[in-house]
Design a protein around this ligand. Structure first.
Ligand SMILES: Cc1cc2nc3c(=O)[nH]c(=O)nc-3n(C[C@H](O)[C@H](O)[C@H](O)COP(=O)(O)O)c2cc1C
Length: 230
């Protein structure tokens, strides 16, 4: 796969995670090695990956995830990831994503490996926009690189943040020092059922590309200021 193919076919895999094929820890290590090449503020990688293979720990994490999912997402309009839209295509995509998300809430209990990406060194609760962008922005590229490297090796991942509503309990389960390590993303890591994935439906380039300043005539994304303030 060339770079563009990896970049355009790394999907959120939920229904095609194969629970029957164990993922060797060495393959995870290779993906982490690739991920560490991502940029970080001050060139100081603060990304830490906690890989969870122990069945009891995985079950504990999956329970937390599913409890949050059942409590705040399924059937709910209030979850930050679901926003009202008048665009019929976007509404269909959200509907499909919801059905797929339902499947992950069930399948997470079965996958062989769960990975949590963390920011080490600070928590960002109440941090300024600049601090958040700088510190969180140091973890996100590495985490996505991990997922791209996984895809190139036949593995599927799915970026999730749902369990963060119960982050403290996940920290206790895994011995993560909550006061200085912030969990950022939880993903299953599993071989995929089949390796062919396509491009997703996304906005047109001309709808998102502002040239020489902000262009108010482009379509707006849904306003989530209320949700962001929660
Ligand atoms: C920051 C972030 C948080 C997400 N949280 C969740 C989540 O908690 N559960 C879930 O099933 N998917 C989650 N997703 C996945 C999205 O719902 C969506 O499926 C994905 O970004 C796009 O998938 P696609 O590339 O296959 O279209 C999250 C994605 C991102 C980037």
């Amino acid at each position: 796969m060339d770079a563009d193919e990896v970049l355009t076919t790394t999907r959120a895999v939920r229904r095609r995670l194969d629970p029957t094929r164990p993922v060797p820890l060495d393959v995870i290590r290779e993906c982490v090695e690739v991920a560490l090449q991502a940029p970080a503020g001050s060139n100081l990688p603060r990304t830490r990956f906690v890989v969870v293979r122990d069945p009891a720990l995985r079950a504990g994490l999956a329970d937390l995830y599913t409890a949050v999912y059942e409590g705040t997402y399924r059937g709910s309009e209030g979850y930050i990831g679901r926003v009202a839209t008048e665009d019929a295509g976007a509404a269909r995509t959200q509907e499909r994503t919801t059905r797929s998300a339902d499947a992950l809430a069930t399948a997470l209990h079965e996958v062989d490996t769960i990975l949590i990406a963390c920011l080490e060194g600070a928590r960002l609760d109440g941090a300024s926009a600049m601090a958040s962008a700088s510190l969180l922005g140091g973890v996100l590229p590495a985490t996505w690189s991990f997922m791209l490297a996984a895809r190139a090796r036949g593995l599927g991942t799915c970026w999730t943040t749902m369990h963060l509503a119960r982050e403290r309990e996940a920290a206790e389960l895994l011995g993560i020092p909550y006061d200085r390590v912030q969990q950022v993303c939880l993903t299953p890591v599993a071989y995929t059922v089949g390796e062919r994935f396509g491009r997703a439906r996304r906005p047109a380039v001309d709808d998102v590309l502002h040239v020489d300043g902000w262009d108010e005539s482009l379509p707006s994304a849904p306003d989530v200021r209320g949700l962001a303030a929660r």
